[in-house]
Structures are given as structure tokens and as C-alpha cells.
Design a protein around this ligand. Sequence first.
Ligand code: SF4
Length: 385
Amino acid sequence: MSIRAIVEQCEDIYNDLDFGYVRDWKQRHGAKAMGFMPVYVPREVIHAAGMLPVGIMGGGDAMEIIRGDAYFQSYICHLPRSTVELGLAGKLACLDGMLFPAICDVIRNLSGMWQIMFPDRYVRYMDFPQSWVGPGRDFYRAELQELQHDLQQLSGVEVTPERLNRSIVLYNENRRALAELYDLRAEEPHRVPTSELYLLLRAGNVLEVTEHTAMLRAYLDAARQADRPLRDNVRVVVSGLFCEQPPLSMVRAMEGSGCYIVDDDWVLGARYQLGETPQSDDPLGALVEAYMKDTVQTSTRYVDDGHNGDFLVEQARRRNAEGVIFAAASFCDPALLDRPMGQRALTEAGIPFTAFTYSENTGQIQVIKEQAGTFADSIKLWGTV
Ligand code: SF4
């Protein structure tokens, strides 16, 4: 399959706010689908219950907000408004339930609204531990057990250790393919334009995991052979986009401004876990351990005092990045409250950075392109900003 055909397929999925793939999948399999909000949920458990996990990241810049604004005050991010709009427009009717992982007050409130708006649908607010020693582990295990119980009831499929182990294997394979994709982009960024990588990630929100892994493998094969020009771009990491997503035009503009993005944190749930989850007699316990010990550092997880920003510095060094662009959704408390700590860590490490905010429907693309371009030029000219 050609790169072009793969990217077109991804873009169709990205643009389809009616979730045609999900409807079709349900019909083909006679099974249910479970939506989830960013950043992370253990998709293995949903999959093992015979359901299709579907990542919902708002309506992007294509969704006209008519009723969603009425549900929220003006000084919060955009994602919940467009998600409410999607729900009220019936576009999420194909989802048999929604999971709202605990990442901020906005998502917590949205989960309450969802219960009121859609009383006949399954809604679960999923809490995650913020303590990495002591009772955090037991707490998370109890959360997963409840989730597993609920999903079994909903789907009628028992989540046996065999089924869960099988799902763990499939998601390990998917993470491995994604890691290869990220490594290839970091090593030879001209082979993997970020706009393509981004669309591949977004497709993974919707596609059944084996289909997505096959798609990633096909893209990797084609990208390794593609003859694409190498540009004199500056290598940057972008950080802060783990929840509300930028419009695709902004991703393209950043790339077109003279930056090679060599690492990022968008669609982070798919790469939240760094390593593989082992198969075991206690696969739920293995998922708990993986969450507790082996995940990225991001704003929605507690980081011990004095270490916030270490992961970002290490990420920039590992990817041989020359700078960092902080890009956060407007009014995103987790990203914006963490930003000073990240900036301090980068300053101490001598890594230049710049920062801006966006929203999923931002139209200020030219301003962002100019800022990213100026940042890239200053690094090229002076090695700093
Ligand atoms: S963009 Fe930020 S503030 Fe908005 S829902 Fe996501 S984490 Fe919360």
C-alpha cells in the first residue's frame, strides 16, 4: 500500500465525525463500542471484554459549536464544548458508554454532565492513583476490577485471564510499531512528516488494534523506502498537547515553519506506557504494575518535587533536539501550571524553548507559524533564542 493511500485513509477517519468505522465495526462484529476521553485508559480491558475502544478528542475545527458553549463558562478549554456538541448532535450514539479518566476538573465536570445528558448510557469517571508507593497500587487495582466487572456486564463477555493476556499482546505489538515509527522520525525526520504521523495516531483512536498495527507496519515499510528530500530544519520537541488537540493545519504549519518535530505528546494515551506489559497469571495486576512503574511523565500525573521537567530534558537529549516548543490548549490548567517547571529544567539544561497556546479550532495559524519559524531561525543562526 502506498504512503498516499494510507494517509488518505487516516485523513478520512480523522474527518469523519459520524464515526462510520465504529458503526460498521459494530455491525460486522455484533459487539459494542466504548468511548474514552484523553489522556489514558487501559484499552486492553475494553478490548478483552469484546468491545471496541474509541478515543474521543473533541470535534476539532470542523465542528460548529451551537449548543456546547451553553454548558460551560468562557474561561476553560475548547474540548468539552465540542464533545458536548458531538453528543447532542447524536454523532456519538454509536458508543455504548463513555469513560472519563481523571485528568482535570473539566473532564470531571463533563462526566457528570454526560450522566445527566445521556442517562441511559454507561458513564464511568475513572480515578487514577497519584501516589506511586503504598495504597496507590491497591486503589488502582480496585478501579480496574470495577471497570472489568462493568464491561463484562455490558458486553456479556467474560474477561478471562486468557482474553486479557491476548489483548495485552495485541496492544504491546501496537506500542512497538508506534515506537518504531517515532524512532524512524527522530532518526530520519524527512521520511516521516509529522502531519502523517499525527494522522496515523489519530486513526489509532478508532481502528481496531490489529488493523491499526497492520496500518503502522505498512506505513513503516513504505516510509523506509520513500525518496523524500532532507531539509535544513531545526529539530524540536513539542510538549503540552496531551489532551485537546491542535487542528491539523497547525501541525502542518509548525512543520512548514522550518521545524522537524522529533518528539511530541499528542494522542499520548497510545504511548502512555513506555514498555511492554508482560503476560502473566494475573494480567490485571500486570496492567497495574505497568501503570505504576513504566509510563511517561506528563502533567496529569504527580511528579515529585524538583523532578518536574526531568522527563522533558531527557526526551530532548535522547532525540537530539535543538529546542522545545511548549504548545498548550488555552486555559488548560494541567499544561499551563506545569510549564514553568519544564521551562526551568530546560533553562538549567541549556535547551532553548518557546511557548504559545492554541485551541482545537484556532484560526491563528499564521501567527503560530511565524513564531515557530522565528524560533527555528534563531536556533539556526545563534544556537539559542
Ligand atoms: S485540555 Fe487541559 S483543561 Fe481541557 S480537558 Fe484537557 S487537560 Fe483538562
